[in-house]
Design a protein around this ligand. Sequence first.
Ligand code: EPZ
Length: 417
Amino acid sequence: MRLVIKGPNVLRGKVRVSGAKNAVLPILCACLLCDGESVISGVPQLGDVAVMSSVLRHLKVFCRREGEALKVDTNALQLEEIPEELTRRMRASCLVMGPLLARFGRVKIAAPGGCNIGARPIDLHLKGLKAMGAEINERAGFIIAEARRLRGAEIHLDLPSVGATENLMMTAVLAEGTTIIGNAAKEPEIVDLQNFLNRAGARVRGAGTSTIRVEGVKRPLVAPRGHQVIPDRIEAGTHLIAAALTRGEVEVENVIPEHLEPLLAKLREAGVQAEVEEDRIWIRPGDSLRAVDLRTMPYPGFPTDLQAPMCSLLALAEGISVVTENIFENRFRHIPELQRMGADIRIEGRTLIIRGVPQLVGARVEAHDLRAGAALVLAGLAAENTTIVERIGHIDRGYENLEEKYRKLGANIERVG
Ligand code: EPZ
């Protein structure tokens, strides 16, 4: 399966953002804490959502799609071992650990392997579970966590890990007493998870700040009906960058502008015109695209998930940009592919030196991970001649109908094979 893009394109028109993948995935795991049928609306049709649904199905929890809503019924929930083929396919599978441990007092899960963007251990998740009274054993590639009773604890994360914050929040919901998570991640998706949990009867406070406080409750949670997932700020940012690098005029709707502040600041610094209203952002070209320096940081810093798409824009900006990737140790898989398209980029450790070129030229390139794949689509939109992006299954993990959305904005792009 590949995408064939004939460039250059100038994107024009309106595009609507889907629900946030990185909010849906933890919320699907939080359903395991709830009795009954949860109804979650605004759930995108994504590869990763399908994988998480198969993890839940493995636990006899059945997901039923009704339009944009997903119904998740836990009435037949039973504890099963989570096998390697599931945890290898998607690291976020490890987010079932907290809920299963909280409900059953035991969980056995194949250790999530590293992935294309780095080692990605879960040591902070496990340290937090131990602090709440769990006994952790790791053998033969499996992690076994057991806790006769979970008790609230004071936990301080070595680094603001999104997954560890989410896993520990969900575990603490049914622990006895109060849990404080210090140095918690502040991503908007964590606020969405808190809102879902509280609608189900949990008592979570502080999501979006560095300190989250959870008062354990005794009874199982009651499945919420009608939780609306927040819009996907990373998909929205990808479209804003696509509009800017094709020097188009695009209205991106269904956004929460505050979630995009770090990107908007950089786009404006690069000379892009961006106008913001309550749930939409307009992008128009400035007189030129200027080089900017950026470093990825935990929210509300510049998001690591937009580093690759931003490299495609900076490859075409006038001047030299310095990009530092502080979150993952191997998130430059898009660089050799962009170099094949004529980008002038040098890698020095965790830093990129990008010297803008007047034009990229289409080539056959390969998506190595989700956001690297998106970066190559964006580069192909702006490049002369034909770009073929291979292995687009990576892109389908996190973007719903990407080529359809860009075709509607006037791009010459189609899915082949
Ligand atoms: C979440 O991954 C997102 N995934 C990622 O989005 C995102 O890039 C990342 O947060 C950072 O914002 C989902 O939400 C499903 P982390 P996660 O734990 O939770 C290290 C995308 O493209 N670390 O904040 O795995 C880890 O190795 C994906 O949509 C530990 O050392 O990220 C990494 O270097 C990619 N020990 C850094 O922290 C731990 O126990 C950030 O990881 C946990 C993490």
